[in-house]
Design a protein around this ligand. Sequence first.
Ligand SMILES: [Fe+2]
Length: 389
Amino acid sequence: MNEDTYALELPKKTYFGIGAVEKVREAVKVLKVSNALIITDRGVINAGLVDTLMKELSSTTVKTSIFDEVEPEPTVESIENAAKSLEKTGGIDLLIAVGGGSVMDTAKCVNVVAMNGGSILDYEDDIKNPRPIRKLLPLIAVPTTAGTGSEASIWAVFTDTKRKLKTSTSDPKLIADIAILDPNMTQTMPPTLTAATGMDALTHAIEAYVCIYANPITDAFSVQAIKLIAENLRTAVEDGENMEARANMILASFMAGSAFSNSSLGIVHTMAEALGGFYRISHGITNTLILPHVMEFNLSANVEKFTKIAEFMGANVAGLDVNKASKKSVSAVKVLSRDIGLHQTLREVGVKREDFPALVDITFKWANESGNPREVSKKQLRELYEKAY
Ligand SMILES: [Fe+2]
């Protein structure tokens, strides 16, 4: 028996199910709060999702204000802008994030800055002595994509445009206190966003499953997430009204988020974040374009787990030796991303080959600390960018 010990950090409470958003009334009672700032973006407002939440809150004594200027892939400046709004409002004792990863990550970063002072850059994971995060307001996360799994994760990702760098801050306290997973809140997501965010969740599940910090608990989450995504993402993209597919996708996103938050990720995310710092391409898309190539590179590090991924994704591996069987995981991922209509190459989304040396430098700095199951050299990283091109 393996004698390692593991720790598991999750939201204190998670509500799941169609109509679960009504549980926000119970959540504010549990947290004993009276003055909430709802953090969201215009798209979520226009879809009527904040109205749904406000309707539930109207029967409570909680006062509400709204900040709806979250940008996609939040920058240092947009976080500062949101933090100012929180300070101006005054007396806030709860944050409610209603949106996708950008909204949830903005809410986390705003919480850090507003409650602990300074700039979000003072808390960056990659600096020598990041400022400690001592206190935070309670956070309720209501994801409207499926998704980043940010509600379950210790990380908040942001972009420093001056350095062309996507970076992060992390702390177990950044996990949402309460997560409300309501498939109804994802129903209006258009097909392309459903596809891209679903592939982000798949990337989390696969990277968490094969990374060197995987453990039996995170494996359980990863395996279930991979199966649910393989079985439901196509339907969720083709028929957004299919609530069974929507429910399974939001569940998969949460499970994949819980998996990587308690283990780690790998060089798909390192490469995707480097690309995200250079180009305004959504995180789900960059992951989709990189994932199969890194899987192929990583196969030899764990053929057994990659063979299982192939099986979970519905590939027939009967009678194949493990090397051939494990390769089926790569083709299954490629077929899925093609079926749901996503781009297949970096070229198609405007990435320029002349940026590869700089991208390789940034990626190399973090790739071998990412938890990836195989060490990678600069030359190999360059080859991976070339293959994805
Ligand atoms: Fe991700």
